[in-house]
Design a protein around this ligand. Structure first.
Ligand code: HEM
Ligand SMILES: *[C@@H]1O[C@H](CO)[C@@H](O)[C@H](O)[C@H]1NC(C)=O
Length: 250
């Protein structure tokens, strides 16, 4: 390379190093015992946003997990969600919000980052765990058994020791919040990815905890079938190396 250009790689390398040390640093999950249920989760928690998502798995092969979403509401408004991968487009997503009295949850699948991701149905279901579910004007906690929610065709096969997952949080009102097809706007409070420790999430008490789940929640009329063809193959298929604007929120 010509001497006049020799500084360019140095500068690029410095920027990459800075980026890795700040924005690119992936948050991890930590052990969290839910005080309401005693369920022990591996939980990602954002100290800036107070968004939390925890996961517990079976020690036996299973395509189900117990999840817990918890996040602040803005005078009742807002929604929080998780993604089975660090991406928004493709994998199984879930969003939850308040209808003023109860928690509404909804499976979603995004084909783009411009529109409200439509509600989807498939061989998966959500069964709320009532003792770990509460909502008021300022905070929502939703604990659930996500049955049939793991599998490569959905974005996460669940057998790995760790997996990249995604989170999103909005404090704007959901359109038509009484319906699971409610309209979501951009996650203005934050979004990003985290590394879920699936090995540590496996707990011998899983089946006992799962037995506390209630009936499956039905989707709204008009929900479309989850399309496995939209799921990128490979667990680390995200665009985390493009310097995107994920919040570093651990
Ligand atoms: C359950 C609902 C949702 C979840 C779990 C979710 C999750 C995520 C995640 C993890 C990312 C970062 C990875 C990526 O770029 O693919 C992302 C990016 C993005 N999402 Fe969502 N999202 C949801 C709903 C929405 C909605 C309703 C909108 C807008 C109508 C939206 C717009 C966007 C945009 C524009 C980006 C890219 C932002 C950027 O790179 O600066 N998302 N989402
Ligand atoms: C709302 O719920 C949260 C979490 O349980 C609690 O900390 C807060 O005190 C509650 N707010 C009111 C007004 O009851």
């Amino acid at each position: 390379m010509a001497p006049t250009h020799s500084r360019i790689p140095t500068i690029t390398l410095t920027l990459l190093t800075l980026s890795t040390g700040s924005l690119g640093q992936t948050s991890v999950t930590n052990e969290f015992t839910d005080p309401a249920t005693g369920i022990v989760l591996q939980r990602f928690f954002g100290a800036r946003t107070n968004y939390g998502f925890g996961i517990a798995l079976s020690t036996s092969p299973s395509n189900s997990f117990i999840g817990q979403l918890s996040f602040p509401l803005n005078d009742g408004a807002g929604w929080g969600g998780w993604s089975l991968t660090g991406d928004m487009e493709g994998p199984l997503l879930m969003a939850a919000w308040s209808d003023g009295t109860s928690v509404v949850s909804s499976f979603r699948q995004a084909e783009n980052e411009d529109d409200n991701p439509p509600e989807v149905v498939g061989d998966f279901s959500v069964r709320p765990i009532a003792a770990g579910t509460s909502v008021n004007a300022t905070f929502l906690t939703f604990t659930f058994l996500c049955e049939g929610c793991l599998g490569a065709a959905l974005g996460l096969d669940g057998t790995a020791a760790t997996a990249e997952m995604g989170w999103a949080l909005s404090d704007k009102a959901v359109g038509d919040p009484g319906s699971s097809a409610g309209v979501l706007e951009f996650h203005n409070v934050g979004f990003g990815e985290f590394q879920a420790d699936l090995a540590l999430a496996r707990r011998p008490e899983f089946e006992d905890w799962a037995a506390r789940a209630g009936a499956p929640v039905a989707a709204a009329a008009g929900a479309t079938a989850f399309d496995a063809a939209l799921v990128e193959s490979g667990e680390d298929s995200g665009d985390e190396d493009e310097g995107d604007e994920d919040d570093d929120d651990d």
